[in-house]
Design a protein around this ligand. Structure first.
Ligand code: SAH
Ligand code: MG
Length: 221
């Protein structure tokens, strides 16, 4: 399902790349084992950006900047992107990759723990200011970030959460999951349940890449 190799190979064969800068960055990140978004997720994100046309995007989990810069490349020059990362080893590369890219003026890197960054954004910039949020950090923390993420999301805003099917682990019974994976498993199941059962939120879970959840915060009547 999520990992049907023939499907993935076929889908990749239809892609024509994202230009020299991003293609080089993707190759470098893959080579170094940095967990950037899977190729099938790229046009999926692009599709929602095209539909939503967000003015401000928030990303939780920058890694080395690939998806933030990809989103910048998919959007017009007045779209602002704020992205959060706290792992110094990745930050060194993210700073450099953003600064030397053609989109540096509209990608803002917040170098701090996401839980703190989200609180600070709410305090300093206010509620409902992002109309597109890409959740792509530590999977066990999604459930903790969610309340603040939803406060930051504007009515009509889109939240896309990546890696929600954990290579299929999420489908296993609790007993079949290795002890070390159980916390992530439990919290991700809870996260998906909450996304599906939160009043005012419409969510569809799609088995693309490593699994994506697409949620829309309904406009108030
Ligand atoms: N969005 C990136 C990939 C992100 S990988 C891309 O597709 O190009 C997930 C990143 O989230 C990792 O670099 C990890 O260091 C970061 N992360 C995990 N937990 C975090 C937290 N609590 N605060 C900030 N960053 C976090
Ligand atoms: Mg991811």
């Amino acid at each position: 399902m999520v990992n049907d190799e023939r499907l993935v190979t076929f889908l990749h064969s239809l892609d024509s790349g994202n230009g020299p800068y991003l293609d080089a960055l993707q190759a470098e990140a893959s080579g170094e084992g940095v967990p950037i978004i899977r190729q099938e997720m790229q046009s999926f994100l692009q599709l929602f950006l095209e539909l939503k046309k967000p003015a401000r995007i928030l990303e939780v989990g920058t890694a080395v900047g690939f998806s933030a810069l990809l989103m910048a490349s998919f959007t017009p020059p007045d779209t602002e992107i704020t992205t959060i990362e706290n792992y110094e080893k990745r930050l060194v590369k993210a700073r450099k990759n953003i600064a030397s890219s053609p989109w540096s003026s509209r990608v803002e890197l917040l170098e701090e723990d996401a839980a703190a960054a989200l609180k600070r954004l709410l305090q300093e910039r206010g509620e409902e200011i992002y109309d597109f949020i890409f959740m792509d950090a530590a999977k066990a923390q999604y459930i903790c970030f969610l309340p603040d993420v939803l406060r930051l999301l504007s009515p009509g805003g889109v939240l896309i959460s990546d890696n929600v099917l954990q290579d299929g682990v999420i489908l296993e019974s609790h007993y079949a999951v290795e002890r070390r994976d159980r916390t992530i498993y439990k919290r991700m199941r809870e996260y998906l349940y909450v996304l599906k059962h939160t009043e005012g939120l419409v969510t569809s879970i799609v088995p693309i890449g490593d699994g994506a959840a697409v949620s829309v915060k309904r406009e108030r009547a």
